[in-house]
Design a protein around this ligand. Structure first.
Ligand code: DAH
Length: 364
């Protein structure tokens, strides 16, 4: 076979090989095969000088033409393949930003105590009360003394109250080791709020409180809401109406309340208040005749303490305009966890603070 025919054959098979290369790496292999240093055509071109003089022109011309043609074919095929590969990767990598995340990120929700606190706040703000908060690290003066607790009151005992030993640097050295404590109730804010603003005063005080107590219904840290209303002519009937309005919002429009005589140092008279049971409707027994477990068949659920502000408490804030001859007031206080536990049927207070998602996710 003559040189010319061989070069034509090479040209044909190069064309076929280029056309059938279906990705960039096989095209590169084709380039090496036909145009690389060891390729047959490269060898022919290198050997032109040794050919007979009359062959050189023809063979050299054709070989160069085929080489150039093949280069062009390869580069246009390469452009085609590159475009196709880009197209493919664009399709494969495309992101539809309108699709939900995968997996959809779970949205958190508020803790049952927070939800209950906000619900109480909403009801009371609707009745015209202001929400205020006070310090959790409190002075004995506000927690006990100004709330008319005598120096030897049992709540002041170490068994009941967490005391903080203040450093002389923060107190100027003028406070004894039992003058600073973790507040045992939200009531100290009654006095602080009265010091800060003259009557009339309508506030609620939600917040954390602390006692040295721990069992299924007591936790060393828990939450209370305090209420205080002071103005001219405020009566125990106003207290009852306010509690009734609040508890009907929380437990349903058919609820009733009752107040039982009690004692608190800072109210006179003092009461404990109960709400009629929202499970049995107050009858103590369920539809099928079974005894109601929620109220223990009593028909009433105990919620908190309340009463008329003791004139002795007003005497601590007389400078701020609280004269027991001119104004009167009522106060109440109750636990937030207890409300949440009742509403959701939670049996153990400690579950509230274990942060076990299996428990918390039930109340989203
Ligand atoms: N502070 C009381 C407690 O923690 C509850 C309480 C009783 C609050 C009577 C009041 C009140 O405002 O008037 O046990």
């Amino acid at each position: 076979m003559g040189m010319i025919e061989r070069i034509e054959e090479i040209s044909e098979s190069a064309q076929e090989a280029v056309a059938s290369a279906d990705d960039l790496s096989s095209l590169e292999a084709v380039r090496v095969q036909f145009l690389g240093r060891k390729a047959e055509l490269t060898g022919i071109l290198r050997g032109i000088a040794e050919l007979e003089a009359d062959q050189r022109g023809k063979v050299g011309g054709l070989a160069n033409e085929v080489r150039q043609q093949t280069e062009e074919l390869i580069s246009s095929r390469s452009a085609e393949l590159e475009a196709a590969e880009l197209e493919l990767s664009l399709v494969a990598d495309s992101i539809d930003v309108t699709l939900p995340g995968s997996p959809a990120a779970p949205v958190g929700h508020l803790h049952p105590v927070t939800r209950t606190r906000r619900m109480i706040e909403d009801v009371m703000v609707g009745l015209g009360y202001r929400v205020v908060e006070g310090p959790e690290v409190e002075l004995d003066y506000y927690n006990f003394t100004a709330l008319n607790h005598p120096p030897d009151h049992p709540a002041r005992m170490l068994q009941d109250t967490f005391y903080i030993e203040p450093s002389p640097a923060t107190t100027g050295g003028d406070r004894g080791p039992r003058d600073v404590l973790l507040r045992t109730h939200t009531s100290p804010m009654q006095v602080r709020a009265m010091e800060a603003s003259p009557p009339p005063l309508f506030i609620i005080v939600p917040g954390k409180t602390y006692r040295r107590d721990s069992d299924a219904t007591h936790s060393p840290m828990f939450h209370q809401v305090e209420g205080l209303a002071v103005g001219e002519g405020v009566t125990l009937a106003d207290l009852k109406g306010t509690l009734l309005a609040m508890l009907r919002e929380i437990f349903g429009p058919d609820r009733e309340i009752r107040m039982r005589p009690h004692f608190f140092p800072f109210t006179e008279p003092s009461v404990e208040f109960d709400v009629s049971c929202f499970r049995c409707g107050g009858s103590g027994s369920l539809d099928g005749g079974d005894r109601c477990g929620l109220c223990k068949a009593i028909g009433w659920i105990e919620l908190g303490g309340a009463g008329m502000v003791d004139p002795n408490v007003f005497s601590f804030v007389s400078d701020a305009g609280y004269d027991p001859d001119l104004v009167s007031g009522f106060a109440f206080g109750f636990g937030i966890e207890r409300i949440a536990m009742l509403r959701h049927g939670i049996g153990d207070l400690r579950l509230m603070f274990d942060n076990d998602l299996r428990m918390l996710e039930q109340f989203s």
